[in-house]
Design a binder for this molecule. Structure first.
Ligand code: MGP
Length: 303
């Protein structure tokens, strides 16, 4: 498949391209850096362009025998649970070369042990190619059993409120009735994952507003859940507005922009579209602390 003939719609293609272009820029920098050169200054080099072209096979020119990978901004881990994974050890899918390290015994990980018991770590990947390899091998959400979840989280962050990266955060989510969305959910999940790994959700990272050299994305992970009558898509964030402190308004704006991105660029709705209906919710943000309270006095943001 060539990049230009991609069947992806513009939003997803943009996300995928963002992942790719970041990678290419980084690769170009590394390759162009003088420390990486064995040549004396001023030395004229003969380059066999044909041999070079023959050697470089990206996934776009050769989907099975490519020899160049495009690293993502950061590695991601896919987790899964369903009624069938309860109490079982699943083998790892053999398409990733990423080393699997045991989970560190942080207080958050220890506190989440009960919740994490049936959630299985499937695979960690750190390149665009491995992501597509994984995507082509796993069951799509429309074919998952009821009460199953895929959790795609940044490597090192577990899909639990208790993780240090999540404990002060929250989630954007939307609930979609199954009967009307069976044919959409797979694409919606794909575009959600692409926007996550391409880091296009958080406007702070893409607007050029960020002042630090390596600004941290607010996104920690994305989830798709299948329930008997609906699907749910969620984006988890590191922080959630609290209504207090000088920086809170800015954070709220950033969080709201993420929700708008999710609703319009990723899910394909217009900003003013009303989505609430039987078994359907609007695109809504809730802090994890409020989720834990199970709705008691919860302060939702709705886009
Ligand atoms: P859920 O699966 O996120 O919600 O959480 P859902 O789909 O509305 O409920 P379900 O019963 O249909 O699955 C369900 C329950 O799991 C919560 O009420 C909590 O008790 C527990 N739970 C969920 N999460 C995300 C966490 C978590 O991160 N940590 C812990 N300790 N429990 C959690």
């Amino acid at each position: 498949m060539s990049a230009t003939s991609s069947p992806l719609p513009p939003a997803a293609l943009q996300a995928s391209k963002a992942a790719l272009s970041a990678v290419l820029a980084e690769n170009a920098q590394t390759t162009a850096s003088p420390e990486n050169s064995d040549n004396e200054q001023g030395e004229v080099q003969e380059i066999d362009m044909q041999a070079q072209a023959d050697e470089i096979r990206t996934v776009f020119s050769d989907p099975t025998n490519f020899n160049v990978k495009h690293p993502l901004y950061s590695p991601w881990t896919l987790w899964f649970d369903s009624p069938a994974t309860k109490g079982r050890n699943l083998p790892q899918t053999p398409i990733s070369s990423f080393p699997q390290t045991p989970l560190p015994q942080t207080p958050g990980n220890v506190a989440a042990l009960g919740w994490m018991e049936d959630i299985k770590r499937v695979i960690t990947f750190d390149s665009v190619e491995e992501f597509w390899g994984l995507y082509n091998h796993i069951v799509a959400p429309s074919h998952l059993p009821q009460k199953a979840n895929y959790y795609l989280f940044k490597e090192g962050i577990i899909p639990a409120w208790e993780d240090d990266a999540n404990k002060n955060g929250g989630k954007w989510s939307i609930q979609l009735p199954k009967d009307k969305n069976r044919s959409n959910i797979d694409k919606m999940w794909l575009f959600t994952m692409l926007a996550a790994i391409g880091e296009t959700f958080d406007p702070y990272l893409t607007s050029g507003e960020a002042t630090e050299p390596h600004p941290q994305s607010l996104v920690t992970g994305v989830i798709v859940s299948t329930r008997p009558q609906f699907y749910r898509l969620s984006i988890w964030t590191r922080l959630a507005p609290t209504g207090q402190g000088d920086e809170d308004d800015k954070l709220r704006e950033r969080i709201e922009a993420m929700g708008r991105n999710f609703k319009t660029s990723v899910l394909g709705y217009s900003e003013s579209q009303k989505l609430q209906g039987p078994l359907a919710t609007e695109v809504e943000f809730l802090s994890h602390k409020d989720s834990e309270k199970k709705g008691k006095a919860a302060k939702k943001i709705v886009i």
